[in-house]
Design a protein around this ligand. Structure first.
Ligand SMILES: [Zn+2]
Length: 454
């Protein structure tokens, strides 16, 4: 790698910024990267060129953080040092910060691998500096309405970014026609992973919503409707165009014999993968990691065993236990993520209480009309004892549920809602939050856990 004084100063500036924000009690994850780039605009390019083996990038609407963190876990379990933006700071500054954090005070980086999740809108900027060997694309769904606009914009942004690195191999979800279209358009080499059989016990209504039909079930090539043999959720399934030659590729990596009860399990390449992960979407995330590792010629025979020591990231199916009481915290920031959370929740037959917290700060998107695209009527299930709504838009959420004929309680903040339910003796509590509601909920649960363990 290149070494220069300016990069050393840039790394030191980042480290000082980290120290400074820690002293102020904040964990500003983008500031160190910003400071470093101000000192040396080429710092990301220089540091990332010091990665000894390979760089993996992870993009896609849902599942980025989990996919990236599982990948990191697998690489570290092989004894590698890995650069990773594990907390999910995935724009240019956050990605840069992950590298400066790992670099020494001399401005040199020592790492075997980098695995970095990258926000779709930031991908071009990041890829013009950091050149990944692989890009895992999880899926493409409509995100919060006013963040990126139409899904076409996201596809365009990603295409521009991918073309910055023509040798980068794409790891693509074969079941997502949007991802496959993107891969074919890019001209980059790609392989695919997928689920080729219908999966039992997946919410049959899931995927029938107007939104998802609008977004994904038309051929991007010619505009004709796609014909599906079956679908898993959203636009994910086995499809072909009713008019042109566009169709689902036969995946290089196929998950079969999928079970969803009591943690997902599946078979790939003759390996049985058993996990504590929930929901069909987890099969995709894990399969994506498996495929990427296989493409990079890793052994993977201990994939399932290694997974057992994985701890889920910040608010991604994160479980907090207080004696007999269990709280599952999960981010749900768009219709696809919410519908999959509902699926996962209904696969757990135990009695449960549910908290939904919706904020509308800038990172959440001001427009929360997407709540109407979530299949909330499905949570009118006998296993669900109560639903509590909270957050800034609690009343909108309550109204949404009312239309699905579901009564709900209100609490001002997610913290208050959690406290109230734990006090009432709930033993199985699901907390579904959108982006800015995640932080206070997480902080509260962590603090409560520390107090209890003290
Ligand atoms: Zn077509």
């Amino acid at each position: 790698m290149t070494w220069n004084l300016i990069d050393m100063l840039a790394v030191d500036a980042a480290k000082l910024t980290t120290l400074g924000s820690r002293l102020h009690g904040s964990s500003g994850s983008s500031l160190p990267g910003k400071a470093a780039l101000l000192v040396s605009p080429s710092v990301l390019k220089d540091l990332s060129s010091g990665v000894r083996k390979k760089i993996f990038a992870v993009c896609g609407t849902n599942g980025k953080t989990t996919t990236n963190n599982v990948l990191r876990h697998m690489l570290e379990a092989e004894g590698n040092t890995v650069v990773c933006n594990h907390l999910g700071a995935n724009m240019l500054w956050g990605v840069t910060g992950a590298f400066t954090e790992r670099a020494g005070l001399t401005g040199r980086l020592s790492a075997d691998y980098a695995c970095v999740e990258v926000d779709e809108a930031s991908a071009r900027k990041v890829f013009s500096a950091m050149k990944p060997d692989y890009l895992i694309l999880t899926n493409l769904f409509r995100d919060q309405l006013d963040r990126y606009g139409e899904i076409d914009t996201t596809i365009k942004l990603l295409l521009e970014a991918i073309r910055e690195v023509p040798d980068m191999k794409l790891i693509i979800n074969a079941d997502d026609p949007l991802s496959v279209y993107l891969a074919e358009e890019s001209g980059n080499p790609f392989v695919t992973y997928g689920i080729s059989e219908p999966v039992e016990a997946v919410g049959k209504e899931s995927g029938n919503t107007d939104t998802e039909v609008r977004e994904g079930r038309f051929c991007k090539r010619c505009g004709a409707p796609l014909l599906y043999s079956f679908y898993h959720f959203g636009q994910m399934g086995v499809y072909r165009c009713s008019s042109c030659a566009f169709s689902r590729p036969i995946p290089s990596y196929t998950a079969s014999e999928i079970r969803l009860d009591g943690g997902v399990s599946f078979t790939v390449n003759g390996h049985r993968i058993k996990t504590d992960f929930r929901g069909l979407y987890s099969v995709y995330n894990l399969l994506a990691v498996y495929s990427a590792l296989k493409e990079d010629e890793h052994d993977c025979s201990l994939f399932s065993e290694t997974l057992k020591t994985f701890t889920p990231g910040f608010g991604r199916n994160e479980i907090f236990r207080f004696g007999k009481q269990k709280v599952l915290l999960n981010l749900a920031k768009n219709p696809a993520a919410f519908n999959q959370n509902i699926d996962a929740m209904l696969q757990d037959s135990a009695e449960k209480d549910v908290i939904i917290a919706i904020n509308d700060h800038a990172p959440d998107g001001k427009d929360i009309s997407w709540l109407w695209d979530v299949e909330f009527d499905r949570i009118a299930d006998p296993s669900i004892r109560s639903v509590t709504v909270s957050g800034i838009r609690a009343l909108d959420m309550q109204l949404r549920l009312k239309y699905a004929q579901i009564e709900s309680e209100t609490a001002e903040t997610p913290e208050m809602a959690i406290e109230k339910k734990l006090a009432s003796g709930s033993e199985n509590l699901y907390v579904l939050v959108n982006y800015t509601a995640l932080f206070p909920a997480h902080q509260f649960l962590t603090k409560r856990k520390k107090e209890r363990d003290a």
